[in-house]
Design a protein around this ligand. Structure first.
Ligand SMILES: [Zn+2]
Length: 372
């Protein structure tokens, strides 16, 4: 199997062990899942399906960021307890993902479940000289980790721009270097707070994924990823804090998924141009939405058009009209396409061709998670 690896910047041979450990960065449950989320989790789903088809066991962990600025701000705005908001949105998210036919994840741990692991990781970073206390917070010292930037391969000005865009506060006067990032921070009076040796507070954003990945899957994981907008700062910071403390490689293979756009702009909460999965599921059958997403290669950015779901509905009808029965040609075609950097658009084209020739396609569709 060949798969693009972000760290190496090219499609490389992917040689998975018998049990493949995977960690996919999950949601902050303060709003409904949009198509960008669905595209990410569907990619990890299709990868798992092919690995299982090849006889591997997969353990895919997807965290839930149930404490951060976004969820605390939204809970404040709505006047509700932040964990009640999280519970409601997580239930909605799980229902949407299961409607799309996603395999259940191995574990879906919450950031608030990992406070002891987070505290011990921060403690280890301080003891080994990779972190420092300042102004009531604990920061990771990027100058202590010579490989900072190896994953994203960005120049410093671009790193600073992205850090600022993602809430990294490069102008925080307590930092030694504007790229240093928060591991532990004091909570505001109305925010949740946990006791620590550095004073009461709450974790920074990046530390939860390192702590949860190590707790659930060990020091080195086979596949890690998420949306491409997480490469920097989130994943770069995860690598730094993990490898600085453990001395082990954190991730063998990085998988990042392209962004979904609407009217030429990235779909994002802050821009308010979201297409929610739940809304689409009211209008189209779940397998049509799944097929519409599979029609785009996971690595490329693409623009959502309503016509995609209509075309996918028509495609489903054509495939359903194909004869039932064993379909070795369809299965072989889909396997070959998936082994070529998860080429789902190619797989759909092959199945179209076979269906048009009156051959069975349902086994090939099933490997893509599309139930006919
Ligand atoms: Zn993460």
């Amino acid at each position: 199997m060949r798969l693009f690896d972000t760290a190496r910047g090219e499609v490389v041979a992917f040689t998975p062990p018998p049990t493949v450990t995977m960690y996919c960065c999950g949601i902050t449950p303060y709003d409904s899942a949009h198509l960008g989320h669905a595209a990410v989790y569907l990619t990890f789903d299709v990868l798992q399906r092919r690995l299982r088809d090849l006889g591997h066991e997969t353990r895919c962990v997807r965290n839930v960021t149930d404490v951060d600025d976004d969820i605390l701000n939204k809970a404040r705005e709505l006047g509700v307890y932040y964990l009640d908001l999280a519970a409601e949105e997580m239930a909605r998210f799980d229902a949407d993902m299961s409607a799309l036919g996603l395999l259940p994840v191995h574990a879906e741990p919450r950031a608030t479940s990992a406070i002891p692991e987070i505290l011990s990781l921060i403690d280890a970073a301080l003891r080994t000289g990779h972190a420092y206390q300042s102004g009531g917070s604990v920061y990771f010292d990027v100058s202590s980790f010579p490989f900072f930037g190896r994953l994203s391969r960005l120049e410093r000005p671009e790193m600073l721009r992205l850090a600022a865009e993602h809430g990294g506060r490069p102008d925080d006067p307590n930092k030694r270097d504007p790229l240093d990032f928060v591991l532990w921070q004091p909570s505001l009076p109305d925010e949740p707070s946990w006791e620590s040796r550095w004073g009461p507070g709450r974790p920074g954003w990046h530390i939860e994924c390192s702590a949860l990945a190590r707790r659930e899957l060990g020091d080195t994981i086979d596949v890690h990823g998420g949306g491409r907008d997480l490469v920097f700062p989130h994943h770069e910071c995860e690598v730094a804090q993990c490898e600085a403390v453990t001395g082990q490689p954190f991730v063998r293979h990085w998988v990042h998924v392209g962004l979904v756009e609407l009217d030429g702009t990235k779909m994002s909460k802050s821009l308010g141009n979201l297409v929610f999965v739940g809304d689409l599921l009211k209008e189209f059958e779940p397998m049509a939405v799944r097929l519409a997403l599979l029609g785009h290669h996971y690595r490329r950015d693409w623009e959502w058009h309503r016509a995609d779901a209509e075309a996918a509905t028509a495609r489903l009808e054509r495939w359903r009209a194909a004869p039932r029965g064993p379909g070795p040609a369809a299965l072989a075609a889909v396997r070959e396409r998936l082994d070529d950097d998860l080429d789902t658009p190619g797989a759909l084209a092959d199945l179209d061709r076979l269906a048009a020739a009156g051959q069975p396609v349902h086994e090939g569709a099933a490997l893509l998670g599309v139930a006919l």
